[in-house]
Design a protein around this ligand. Sequence first.
Ligand SMILES: NC(=O)c1ccc[n+]([C@@H]2O[C@H](COP(=O)([O-])OP(=O)(O)OC[C@H]3O[C@@H](n4cnc5c(N)ncnc54)[C@H](OP(=O)(O)O)[C@@H]3O)[C@@H](O)[C@H]2O)c1
Length: 168
Amino acid sequence: MEELVVFGLTKSVGVSNFSISQIERICKMAKHKPVTNQVECLIYCPQKELFDGCKKLEVTLTAYSPIGSPGRPENLKEADEPVALEDPFIQRIAKKYGKTPAQILLRNLIQRGIIVTPKSVTPERIRGNFQVFDFSLSKGEMGYIDQITIQRRYFDMSAMFKDHPERP
Ligand SMILES: NC(=O)c1ccc[n+]([C@@H]2O[C@H](COP(=O)([O-])OP(=O)(O)OC[C@H]3O[C@@H](n4cnc5c(N)ncnc54)[C@H](OP(=O)(O)O)[C@@H]3O)[C@@H](O)[C@H]2O)c1
């Protein structure tokens, strides 16, 4: 991957689902450090330690499934799982700002300094997911979201790669 940078075939390289120890290890040995680490990150999986650790190494964090991946295959969902788009506080502040819950979830991550990758095949939603730069959440609202205690990972990589020594 580093050679792709040397040959000008890509500007930079990123990694995905790396733990902090893996990021530290690769940053020590790399000539071209990864610029980002893409991991699941949203209100129920805020990745605080990983974010702080990456920041120290000047590696950005990119959030996948930033609005909770509501379109995941049904067999990856649990009947009583918390749904980020239906979170009561998120819905309340969405009404206050005249925004959608998705826009509040994205704005929260952006204000934390996290890159977001919402996926949509719906033109109206794609446009809406960009309309997050004309308002900001207050310090109190950011703090309230920061205190959410629900923990939910929608993609359980450890189950997928359970016997691998480098599993995420
Ligand atoms: N690196 C990794 O291991 C990894 C793992 C998982 C995902 N990803 C990547 O991360 C990106 C996003 O992840 P994701 O698709 O799992 O999760 P997501 O972006 O949180 O959710 C996408 C789902 O939300 C719906 N949606 C989009 N905007 C919406 C809105 N404004 N209001 C309501 N629903 C909305 C989409 O429906 P419609 O499309 O029908 O509009 C789609 O079903 C994808 O590009 C994916 O490939 C990476």
